[in-house]
Design a protein around this ligand. Structure first.
Ligand SMILES: O=C(O)CCC(=O)C(=O)O
Length: 304
């Protein structure tokens, strides 16, 4: 069966290009509801075969250029290479089918901050449990609408054997014991030195998210997530891109943190003009007087 870019992994949420626009917006509304309530949703086949091949080629080139030490330092994550390292990624950041998905969800003016090539080598350990939000000092972070979402594109079909994503539904809005586990992003944890640490354990309420290559996983950055070990002989790569679906409705101090540099991150200044132009509409811009919100990755007591 041909799948449209807007098909959802949830069987009853399917939408095809042959239906009317009202069905399309209904599907977008269902995706948004799932994102806001559960913390994530999946949209099938957002990358077509040609784009998938192009993303694989660009990612493999970056991965093959890394020093072996990079993979040692990032043993648990696999790799952590910023997409700003290669202007080709402008194509993926501004990929229209994904921007269209966000629009059907009612996110008409998203902005983009950064992204990473995360690749688990063959026979590599699990990724530690963590969440990626840095704005916990503002009360807005304890309300349902997402301040930041990850768009994850897996470049191979994922399974529990090759390191699929796993997550704790609703943990973006509800406290979980893992929120109070020792800090996850330390050097020792990144190096996966002790796999008996709590951040590497299986959790009762975890959900595996297995996808087909080219599907899109959209998740709230506050959601607790991790990835299983890759026990296969093949590399398993995901590209994670961070967007801000309601940037222009966020508190000014959050906007200031993200958008105080008018031209975007420094590396972008060195990109060819065409690549800069491609992502320009997605660069967050803040011109107001507010001071940037303090960066704090630890949820406060208001998360209950
Ligand atoms: O490797 C994965 O599947 C997940 C990557 C991840 O946790 C992240 O990008 O925040």
């Amino acid at each position: 069966m041909n799948r449209s870019p807007f098909d959802c992994a949830q069987g009853d949420l399917r939408w095809t290009t042959t239906r009317m626009d009202s069905n399309r917006s209904e599907h977008g509304a269902q995706l948004r509801e799932q994102l806001v309530e559960e913390g994530y949703c999946v949209v099938e086949s957002v990358l077509d075969a040609e784009m998938l091949e192009a993303v694989r080629a660009a990612s493999n080139a970056l991965l093959d250029a890394q020093d072996p030490d990079h993979f040692e330092k990032q043993k648990s994550t696999g790799s952590l290479i910023c997409v700003y390292d290669d202007p080709w990624f402008a194509e993926l950041i501004a990929w229209q089918p994904a921007i269209d998905v966000l629009a059907t969800m009612g996110y008409f003016k998203p902005t983009f901050s950064t992204g990473f090539v995360i690749s688990k080598p063959a026979h590599s350990p699990p990724l530690f449990w963590h969440q990626d939000w840095w704005g916990w000092e503002h009360p807005h972070s304890y309300t349902p609408n997402p301040q930041q979402v990850f768009l994850m594109y897996y470049l191979v079909d994922t399974t529990p054997e090759n390191g699929c994503l796993r997550l704790i539904p609703r943990s973006h809005l509800t406290r979980h014991p893992m929120h109070d586990a020792p800090e996850a992003h330390t050097e020792e944890i990144r190096r996966a030195e002790d796999l008996s640490e709590p951040v590497f354990q299986d959790l009762e309420d975890e959900v595996d998210v297995c996808v087909t290559a080219g599907d899109l996983v959209i998740g709230d950055s506050r959601l607790l997530h991790s990835a299983r070990a890759n026990t296969t002989d093949q590399r398993r790569t995901v590209i994670t891109l961070w967007y801000h679906p309601i940037f222009y409705e966020l508190p000014e101090s959050m906007q200031a943190h993200l958008g105080s540099r008018k031209k975007g991150p420094r590396q972008v200044d060195e990109w060819p003009a065409q690549a800069q132009e491609k992502i320009r509409p997605l660069i967050p811009v803040y011109d107001g007087p507010a001071e940037p919100l303090n960066w704090n990755r630890t949820p406060g007591p208001a998360l209950v």
